[in-house]
Design a protein around this ligand. Structure first.
Ligand code: BEZ
Ligand code: MG
Length: 567
């Protein structure tokens, strides 16, 4: 925004170091038991095998990784159940997590640099040495001082270090992209694979293709990946960019059904305000792709966009241009859905208020002319057909429980869909931060982030080392988790229980948090109580009592601080 509106110079800085999450406490013990199972000799007796399987199931149940009931059918085949459990443990152990925060003026140490280079997949020794030297030098503070002196700041591409080491050295003025080349050829290739992965997951979970996908698009994510998420949306519809003779983006065209090999999926796209500002060509591209699909002379069984647009015309009349509106964002000059602000303030009564807030803010349709209009009949009609809501994760340092913008958008639309359909839609996250990409359900992603980050001593100790700001990050994770409960209802109750027991029940931990950041500490206790009052978990009496005491103890402390300050 600053660059677009005021020609601001932006000075880039590093993201935090990364590391593998590893296993801790019960998770580490469970892994040892799984390894004992795998090491059982073939001649081991049935009794020994059953005994060990029962022990593993009980250990896993305590960690909410298995059903507690020994007779549960999912554990009837112990070999298969333990293999699945092993896979879940590996997902946790090898997940990359950010460690602490980046402090401007403090380059990462040698071990942290080595982990960053590994995560970026830089193996060639000569390159590695060069990148390592760039990471080791502080180029950020000198650049800030130079800029304040009115000096020239050299340009650099924007992006994620793990994808593009060309962003080094930081301390440079980041520019974005060539708008006429987005989405690029690589993004289109990969977009097709990610779209297939999403559809396969929905088929595995629900037994059929989705008719409509609600997809959230961010500006920054598309800059980092040359339009990866835009490409996914186009691929779901079965469309691609049309280019002029210079190879510049000129509009959209349909991929023939025979080439697509499956029906065109209807897609309702919600753009962040930043996307709308930064990417007007791509806003029109998406609108044109959906209009072309709606107009195509194809059978409804092969084209869900046309099916829904024709149904709208039959019920409401009007033009195909209106019936094909699928690209939504805020009114000009406004940003966000305000769902995050409602959740932060706690001033909402029913979950439907959150879906309504989303629609009020994000219900402006952008057509092929790129201008916003309101058309609630189309929006309401399409929401009824949504089977799944989806957003990509594009960088490690922002998880869906790290910032409040994910539940604001993806959560907000999920709630609006639920109100329109009268039943829950599936919610998926496309994790693009590792390997070839993974689709997870919202519940899986929240669980994974909670295990690898919030509850992981490696993560929270690194945060606490940053003092007040670190506690504020932990508090944000709790509030964002409540945001997911409020908007989707898909957060497992154990998550609140474990956060409560790690941060609020242990008196020593409570004392540390309160000393580092009393305000954020009280908020953690109160947020857990709020989650209970809203029926997102049910603490036992001992936990409830401890939470209330923790809150009161901390409130006293805050008042004490006020009095000290007044004196
Ligand atoms: C965006 O780049 O569109 C964006 C980034 C952070 C929060 C919300 C939107
Ligand atoms: Mg905020």
């Amino acid at each position: 925004l600053a660059k677009r509106r005021a020609n601001a110079t932006l000075i880039s800085h590093l993201t935090p170091p990364v590391t593998e999450a590893g296993l801790y406490r019960g998770l580490a013990d469970l892994k040892a038991s799984v390894f004992r199972w795998r090491a059982l000799p073939p001649e081991a007796g049935a009794e020994e095998r059953q005994g060990l399987a029962a022990l593993i199931q009980a250990e896993a149940a305590r960690l909410d990784l298995a059903p507690a009931d020994p007779a549960d059918l999912s554990w009837a085949d112990a070999d298969a159940a333990i293999a699945r459990l092993h896979a879940s443990l590996l997902d946790v152990e090898y997940a990359l997590i950010p460690v602490g925060l980046h402090v401007v003026g403090q380059p990462p140490g040698a071990a942290q640099r080595a982990e960053l280079l590994d995560a970026a997949g830089i193996t060639d020794p000569a390159r590695r040495a060069e990148t390592d030297a760039l990471l080791a030098a502080d180029s950020e503070l000198p650049a800030i001082i130079h800029a304040l002196d009115g000096g020239y700041i050299r340009p650099a591409p924007g992006g994620d270090l793990l994808r593009n080491p060309e962003i080094l050295p930081t301390g440079r003025n980041i520019y974005g992209f060539d708008p006429f080349r987005m989405p690029g050829a690589f993004a289109m290739d990969d977009g097709a694979r990610q779209a297939d992965r999403l559809l396969a997951r929905h088929v595995a979970d629900c037994g059929r293709l989705p008719e409509t996908v609600a997809m959230l698009l961010w500006g920054s994510d598309n800059l980092k990946s040359e339009g990866g998420p835009i490409a996914q949306a186009l691929c779901l519809v079965g469309a691609r960019p049309r280019r002029d003779s210079y190879g510049r983006l000129a509009g959209a065209e349909l991929v023939p059904l025979a080439e697509l090999g499956r029906p065109r999926i209807d897609v309702i796209v919600t753009l962040s305000g930043i996307f709308r500002d930064l990417l007007p060509l791509q806003t029109k591209l998406l609108a044109e792709a959906l209009l072309l699909a709606a107009r195509a002379d194809e059978p409804e069984t092969e084209n869900f966009v046309a099916r829904h647009a024709r149904a709208h015309l039959a019920a409401h009349g009007g033009t195909i241009e209106t019936a094909a509106l699928r690209v939504f964002s805020n009114a000009d000059g406004t940003y966000g859905a305000n769902v995050n602000q409602l959740v932060d303030s706690g001033t909402w009564q029913t979950e439907d208020e959150l879906g309504d807030a989303f629609l009020r803010r994000k219900g402006f349709a952008y057509g092929t002319d790129g201008r916003p209009t309101r058309c609630d009949a189309v929006l309401g009609g399409v929401l009824k057909t949504v089977d799944l809501a989806y957003q990509n994760l594009e960088s490690l340092d922002l998880g869906i429980t790290t910032v409040d913008h994910y539940f604001d958008g993806l959560g907000g639309i999920s709630r609006a869909v639920r109100a329109a359909r009268g039943s829950e839609a599936a919610v998926y996250i496309g994790d693009q931060t590792a390997g070839a990409g993974t689709v997870r359900s919202l519940a899986e992603q929240v669980s994974l982030e909670t295990r690898t980050r919030t509850l992981n001593p490696k993560y929270f100790e690194a945060m606490l080392a940053h003092g007040a700001e670190g506690v504020r990050h932990l508090e944000a994770a709790v509030t964002n988790t409540l945001g997911w409960s409020a908007t989707t209802g898909q957060v497992d109750p154990w998550i609140y229980r474990e956060i409560g027991s790690v941060f609020m029940l242990d008196p020593e931990m409570r004392r540390r948090l309160a000393e580092l950041n009393p305000v954020a500490s009280v908020r953690i206790a109160n947020r857990l109580l709020e989650a209970h009052e809203r029926h997102y978990w049910s603490p036992d009496e001992a936990m409830l009592d401890a939470l209330r005491r923790a809150g009161a103890e901390l409130e006293d402390r805050l008042e004490g601080l006020d009095m000290e300050q007044a004196a």
